[in-house]
Design a protein around this ligand. Structure first.
Ligand code: AMP
Ligand code: MG
Length: 456
């Protein structure tokens, strides 16, 4: 059954139709993963399970080139032309036939018989070994010429009618850009699954392509749970806090170019939660919630989803971000009825929301968008401080990394590493990634870091 905008109500084969089948999948998985433990699931195991469930959207939209920025390319782009379309000069200088020079020639003297500018080719012929053409960068290579000698390397005769230069000043073929050297006709210029960046828009323009097929954007609904949460504009009565997770989630989703749907704050009350989940599943591909997934008395998300969804609850071997729910919810009255949505119940603590989003949710969203996610770059830096770390879980500490005068990377953990201290994320410019098996880190020891900012 197909719904509007290409959502499919029937599940991909890997999806369980009920809790039982999902548990089977988990059990099967557990046999394949070393150190599998549902009470302390390694991050890599959680990522592997989530990856299995992330089915790409199929609907395709045709958009003008500018609107393709940050969208996911739906099909390979095969170059319809050579770029550049003709051999041309890479320098301002003089084009001549280098191959025709005598092999023992030392000084070369050539008469200038014409001029070629970018967009204004030289139409005449050039006599080998005696003539040349004045050329500017980008000008088509005149017929009979194979090489450009840059103007800095020649001396012009007083009457400006000829040049001379040392024969060894340029090798044959120098300063000549070949037709198709950027993009060859008939070859894949960009692959399906690519998230379109600035260079890609330019590249398609260089092929004369003004419209492109992209996957439809993934629609992601999110809401916060908690009786203590107040929305912006509401007074902050005693014991309450402003809801920050919805803003963090909104921003992280926007950076991934998701189509976002903010469903506000939902009270810690099963009926309200159920209604919110159903309406989220009705209109989105993915539902993200924060809070209510640990074991406190008001953590109703867990109780509700055990009966209402097809959801696994995990304690991840990860800090921050230990409790996490993952699975599917439906828009209908019972699991399996109506439209499905992938579900992530994130912890409530603001830093844990960000860490679980980047480490667990991000890749699933990209896969579901039809993208081919690239692993996040990790570099190594010397820690300026000793760091306490317990083996048996992956930690994502917040750090400030910088390069010293010798170009070596160093990193300093931000003061508080509490998962409630969101200012540590604003202060930091990287995660310090302390691997599952790693223990305490000594001052000066190298640690892996993931920088927040990239160039492109
Ligand atoms: P919970 O997981 O619901 O037990 O929440 C853990 C902690 O995170 C509590 O201190 C909550 O007040 C806090 N918290 C939960 N949701 C939010 C939110 N949306 N914005 C800010 N803090 C939150
Ligand atoms: Mg709560």
């Amino acid at each position: 059954m197909k719904s509007r905008s290409g959502r499919t109500a029937t599940a991909a084969p890997a999806f369980g139709r009920d809790v039982q089948l999902f548990m089977t999948t988990l059990n099967e998985f557990s046999r394949c993963v070393a150190q599998y433990d549902p009470h302390a699931l390694p991050v890599s195991a959680a990522q592997a399970i989530v990856r299995q469930w992330a089915t790409p959207v199929t609907a395709i939209e045709r958009v003008p080139l500018r609107d393709a920025l940050d969208r996911v390319l739906a099909a390979d782009i095969v170059s319809p032309i050579d770029v550049p379309s003709h051999d041309n000069s890479a320098m301002d200088g003089y084009a001549f036939n280098r191959a025709a020079l005598a092999s023992n020639a030392s000084a070369v003297e050539l008469a200038i018989v014409g001029k070629a500018l970018a967009g204004h080719p030289f139409a005449g012929r050039v006599e080998a070994a005696t003539q040349c053409v004045r050329v500017m960068t980008g000008a088509s290579m005149p017929a009979d010429c194979d090489t450009v000698v840059p103007q800095e390397l020649v001396e012009r005769a007083a009457d400006a009618a000829s040049i001379h230069f040392a024969a060894n000043a340029v090798a044959a073929g120098a300063n000549r850009r070949r037709a198709g050297e950027d993009l060859a006709r008939g070859h894949a210029a960009l692959r399906a699954g690519r998230i379109m960046r600035a260079s890609d828009l330019g590249l398609l323009a260089s092929l004369g392509i003004g419209e492109v097929n992209v996957r439809r954007r993934l629609r992601v609904a999110f809401f916060s749970t908690g009786d203590e949460l107040r929305s912006l504009g509401e007074p902050l009565d005693p014991g309450s806090v402003y809801d920050s997770n919805r803003y963090t989630l909104f921003a992280m989703l926007r950076r991934l170019n998701m189509d976002t749907l903010d469903l506000g704050v939902v009270r810690d009350e099963p009926a309200a939660l159920k209604a919110a989940l159903r309406s989220a599943a009705a209109s989105a591909d993915v539902v993200l919630t924060s809070g209510g997934v640990s074991v406190g008395e008001a953590d109703f998300t867990k109780q509700l989803l055990q009966t209402f969804g097809d959801v696994a609850f995990w304690n991840l071997a990860m800090r921050p971000g230990r409790p996490l729910a993952f699975g599917r919810v439906w828009s209908g009255e019972r699991p399996g009825l109506g439209l499905p949505a992938l579900f992530f119940g994130l912890p409530g603590n603001p830093v844990a929301v960000m860490v679980t989003f980047y480490q667990i949710v991000r890749e699933a969203l990209l896969l579901m968008s039809g993208a081919t996610p690239q692993p996040l770059p990790v570099i190594h830096a010397a820690s300026r401080q000793a760091i306490r770390k317990r083996a048996g879980r992956t930690e994502f500490q917040r750090g400030v990394a910088a390069r010293d005068a010798q170009g070596q990377w160093h990193v300093t953990p931000t003061g508080s590493q509490s998962s409630g201290v969101l200012s540590s994320m604003s202060e930091a410019n990287c995660f310090i990634v302390l691997g599952h098996d790693e223990g305490d880190i000594a001052e000066g020891e190298r640690v892996a870091i993931m920088l927040f900012d990239g160039l492109i």
